[in-house]
Design a binder for this molecule. Structure first.
Ligand code: KG4
Ligand code: ZN
Length: 339
């Protein structure tokens, strides 16, 4: 297959992103985070759609400029089709479909969850990350999803466990909100926890059967704990913030690690990957490395900038989709679906 240039757009939640790739190599990956949601403690869907409308043209232009690629050189355009916020998805899909029609190029509709996994296969000019070999176990941890899968090849993905309630990123964000931290709280908890003692407080961990997860209980356990402590000392949170963050993070990460271990033992697979926004978490990364040494696993994470939502992962998924199908692909009629 000759070199293909792909323009990709990701607009499923609160980040507008565009990327240009040559095959699986990213040439540019531009991202605008919407600050407007911070004051509401979570993403407001209508505001997110409006911000995507305002951002999409400048972000795409910037991605083309940074890649040094003219629109006429683009062979295909890709967008996130699902899951996500419907209004936000529609901005990306309408823009990309209009652009593809005007360029007379194929459109590729990409599954956001699959794209998080494909982030493991993004190359950069002069750097190629260590990649997992098939089959591998993949834990996908984001703001909307928590699932564990066996990835047999680029298209054969079997989900073997998932959350029964909140996603782990959502649990990080909700606990952060209880502590008075702005949205998204996950990266802040990660940062503040570095100064704290993970064993200072005990938060009960859920113990779901099989490979499923549950994260709503720990949020309630943190809530009751804080209510009680703040009654005794109104400054309790301020005085103990780092220890609370470290202890809550310890419990959340433990729940993830236990399921990875169980998945590896039951399947016999020792290639272990973690992807999605929460895979940027430094405690999760270091604890998994420790476990991997003891259990003789090979572990893989996307580079930090490809963990949270980004268009490069949409582009690389589009590349593998094109490579896997000899007939011309055109997903023009794929309709976005919400979460
Ligand atoms: O994958 P992502 O960017 O968006 C979704 O598809 O949902 O994930 C966003 C989630 C948020 O909940 C955010 O708080 C969490 O990932 N997150 C983190 C870290 N960085 C992002 N959680 C814990 N530690 C981090 N360093
Ligand atoms: Zn995501």
């Amino acid at each position: 297959m000759k070199d293909v240039y792909i323009l990709a757009v990701e607009s499923s939640c609160d980040d507008t992103s565009a990327a240009v790739l040559r095959n699986q190599c990213v040439l540019s990956n531009v991202l605008t985070s919407q600050k407007i949601h911070e004051q509401y403690g979570g993403v407001v869907p209508e505001l997110a759609s409006r911000a995507h409308q305002a951002n999409i043209v400048p972000v795409v232009n910037q991605a083309l400029d940074q890649a040094g690629i003219d629109l006429s050189k683009i062979d295909a355009v890709a967008f996130t089709a699902f899951p996500g916020l419907l209004g936000s998805l529609l901005v990306g899909s309408s823009f990309v479909k209009g652009l593809a029609l005007s360029l007379n190029k194929p459109v590729l509709a990409i599954d956001h969850m699959q794209a998080h996994m494909m982030a493991l296969f993004i190359d950069e000019e002069h750097t190629q990350p260590k990649k997992p070999s098939f089959p591998f176990i993949c834990l996908t941890v984001s703001g909307g999803h928590t699932q564990i899968s066996i990835v047999r090849d680029f298209t054969q993905i079997q989900i073997i466990g998932k959350t029964k309630d909140d996603a782990v990123g959502e649990a990080f964000d909700k606990i952060a909100k209880l502590l008075g931290l702005p949205y998204p709280g996950g990266p802040l908890i990660d940062q503040i926890a570095r100064e704290g003692n993970p064993l200072a407080f005990h938060f009960s961990e859920s113990n779901m059967e099989n490979l499923d997860f549950s994260f709503s209980g720990i949020k309630t356990s943190v809530l009751y704990f804080l209510e009680e402590k703040v009654k005794e000392d109104p400054d309790f949170i301020k005085k103990n913030l780092a220890d609370i963050c470290a202890s809550a993070q310890y419990a959340l990460v433990n729940m993830l690690l236990k399921k990875i271990k169980k998945a590896s033992v039951t399947t016999g697979i020792r290639e272990i990957a973690v992807v999605g926004g929460v895979s940027a978490n430094s405690w999760l990364r270091s604890q998994l490395e420790n476990m991997a040494q003891k259990s003789h696993w090979n572990t893989y994470f996307p580079k930090l900038q490809f963990c949270t939502d980004n268009a490069a992962m949409i582009g690389v998924s589009a590349y593998f989709k094109m490579k896997g199908q000899s007939d011309e692909i055109n997903d023009m009629f794929v309709v976005p679906r919400s979460r």
